[in-house]
Design a protein around this ligand. Structure first.
Ligand SMILES: [Zn+2]
Length: 71
């Protein structure tokens, strides 16, 4: 059995389709451009194709910083 031990690198994984807020997004399933946008995914209103939302990669564990309010 073959186990791939190379780490995953996003830059070498090819094109990944995603919903981009603020841009013209055409559905890959039907070609329409009306979306129901949620927190993590956007769903086509015509064919229900769901795409992950690409909002710059600013979410995830450990991404929050706490600023102290020094007086
Ligand atoms: Zn669609």
């Amino acid at each position: 059995m073959f186990y791939d031990t190379t780490p995953f690198t996003a830059e070498n994984s090819g094109y990944r389709i995603a919903f981009r807020p603020g841009e013209q997004n055409v559905c890959p399933g039907c070609g329409q451009s009306h979306w129901t946008i949620g927190r993590m995914t956007a769903e086509c209103a015509f064919c229900a194709t769901a795409l992950p939302i690409n909002n710059g990669g600013s979410f995830g564990a450990g991404r929050f910083t706490v600023k102290s309010l020094a007086a």
